[in-house]
Design a protein around this ligand. Structure first.
Ligand code: MN
Length: 128
């Protein structure tokens, strides 16, 4: 069975790129544009992994991650934060809010899917 990935990203270009890269790598991708929709979709589908943009309208990614972690069925699902905030402490902030991995924007087409594969392989312990 295909692994499923939920992508929460408000930027259409990034959504397109990430979906393309992950589908090419054999994943089934569902994408939504905001945190509330993301939480709803995660609860309904319990994906194998969540790719979470941090800069989202209304509810930011940190808050989305915290809420996902409060749902018992979603506690073990790896969450990969994707952010263009490049200030020191962002990774720590993402991890503190419940994210498992952290990938900096811009998305590198050459390495993105590989990074995702590694995070899936190492599960919720694999923070990188
Ligand atoms: Mn964004």
């Amino acid at each position: 069975m295909k692994r499923s990935i939920l992508l929460i990203e408000d930027n259409a270009q990034n959504r397109y790129l990430v979906t393309f890269l992950l589908e090419k790598d054999g994943y089934e991708v569902l994408s939504v544009e905001d945190g509330a929709s993301g939480i709803e979709a995660a609860r309904q589908r319990v994906p194998d992994l969540i790719v979470l943009d941090i800069q989202l309208p209304k509810m930011n990614g940190y808050e989305v991650a915290r809420r996902l972690r409060h749902d018992e069925r979603l506690r073990a699902v790896p969450i990969v934060a994707v952010t263009s905030y490049a200030t020191p402490g962002d990774r720590e902030k993402a991890m503190a809010s419940g994210c498992t991995g952290y990938i900096e924007k811009p998305i590198e087409p050459e390495t993105f899917a590989h990074a995702i594969r590694q995070i899936i392989a190492t599960g919720a312990e694999g923070a990188t």
